[in-house]
Ligand binder design. Sequence first.
Ligand code: ADE
Length: 354
Amino acid sequence: MSIISDDNFTKKNLIKEKNPVIDTKSIDYDKNFENSIRPKSFETYIGQSALKETLKITIEAAKKREVPLDHLLFYGPPGLGKTTLAGVIAEQMGVDIKITSAPALERPRDIIGILMSLKGGEILFIDEIHRLNKIAEEILYPAMEDFSLDMTTGKSQTVKTLRVPLPKFTLIGATTKAGALSGPLRDRFGIIHRLEFYTEKELSEVVKRTAGILDIEIDEEGAKAIAKRSRGTPRIANRLVKRVSDYALVKSDGKITESIANKALDVLNIDNSGLDSTDRNLLRLIIDKYNGGPVGIETIAAALGEDVRTIEDVCEPYLLQAGLLQRTPRGRKVSPAAYEHLNYKNYQTQQSLF
Ligand code: ADE
């Protein structure tokens, strides 16, 4: 397998890096694996401490009052544990959870069906809630506010509205784009909270926990090495545990040490900051073709052969948070740190070339 080292990558040989060996950010990720290692309690759910404290109090209060929990909206980049947290909440409330996503609620009957199937106190989790269509949203408003469904029967002059009561339930919405939610929908959530990227220390805990569940031997330094390259995201850390463990088994004695982890992650084309080839290609494109930017997201997506949503939802949040990319009203710009990260000789020199 050939590995393209960043040092080989100069402005002259503007070649795109090969596709990543593994796509650590792909959306159709192995759900069975993810489900098998999901924490079920606040004690085993690592990170997001401020949010956990708020939730513990809210849950305790709802239990004391014997009422369902207020509707909750979680937002933030993918892979930070929004679905997992919803599962923890259901477990703590002692209720069942029904999990769906907005694209699966295309027809009115989809959302009506799921609302009518809910039992008292249950949690309905809707992922990607910003993608709900207008009709589905309007069905949700009275359901969230008054626990009722407004059904219409008949046509034009004979149209009648029928109010059907629903059991009291809690809606947990999750989105990567809180800004894309309509105002009226957002206003119906009692708690709105952003999930933050994880620190390296927290990710190291996630890595050790997952390795323990999968019966993989790992030392402290091995866990840190994986955590460092997991771009603040437990979902990525968990995938890397598996990939690094495969490497350790084939190339060594199966134990994950710092050296094994680093070698495996190099083979996987994941750099010291956790960037993969798509991330680096994105930054290089802006530098090489657009003089560092600004350039529009559609242009970037077309040049990389990726869709806009993947770039916006999956690549960008971490590049922005890592200070490598900036969003401006005229498009995306790389920061001086990106030049440095990609081993471009000098930011000033690069700028004066154009
Ligand atoms: N796996 C995914 N997210 C996690 C978290 N927050 N804590 C522990 N394990 C996880």
